[in-house]
Design a protein around this ligand. Sequence first.
Ligand SMILES: CC(C)(COP(=O)(O)OP(=O)(O)OC[C@H]1O[C@@H](n2cnc3c(N)ncnc32)[C@H](O)[C@@H]1OP(=O)(O)O)[C@@H](O)C(=O)NCCC(=O)NCCS
Length: 167
Amino acid sequence: MLIRPEQACDCDAIRKVHQAAFQGDVEARLVDALRAGGFSRISLVAIEGDEIVGHVLFSNLAIVLPDRAIPALSLAPVAVSPQRQRRGIGSALVEAGLKLCREQGHSIVIVLGEPEYYRRFGFSVELARPLQSEYAGDYFMALELVPEALRGVAGRVEYSPPFAALG
Ligand SMILES: CC(C)(COP(=O)(O)OP(=O)(O)OC[C@H]1O[C@@H](n2cnc3c(N)ncnc32)[C@H](O)[C@@H]1OP(=O)(O)O)[C@@H](O)C(=O)NCCC(=O)NCCS
């Protein structure tokens, strides 16, 4: 299995992975909209043979405080083709993505998902509690890539427009 950045010709295959994994079109359309809107920062595919079997996207979001906005990233969506799940591909994609996030100097990543899954990468529900978001709650998590990046930060998490369009 190989992980590499998305290339232009990968769009259809990425769409198919999300459609199959989520059994619907919502996440596939979200990926297209984030890419088209220029919000995508890190987009990685997992390849087995010559087939794309997984994809993860990190896109811009902002944590808005009264006097400033702190740049952060949203991890969403991540998907692995159903017949290839539970073999480490999803974890490898998230880990490779987070490594790139660190290398590129990002300091905060936000994710909405299963705590049991995302905890293994260091995401924490507790760390996200002070943040305000329509998604706040037991599935809303944050990860500091730079120690204490979220210390004293109790701002509003502002997703890029394609997320708002999800309704
Ligand atoms: C979630 C997903 C990306 C994980 O990819 P994967 O390649 O199957 O995962 P890995 O093989 O790296 O990890 C498997 C581990 O994750 C756990 N896991 C997988 N999906 C999980 C979920 N939804 N909730 C909790 N744990 C989950 C498995 O139990 C397994 O745990 P273990 O290592 O303790 O046995 C994949 O299952 C998928 O595409 N699911 C459908 C789409 C989705 O729900 N995406 C996430 C929300 S954005």
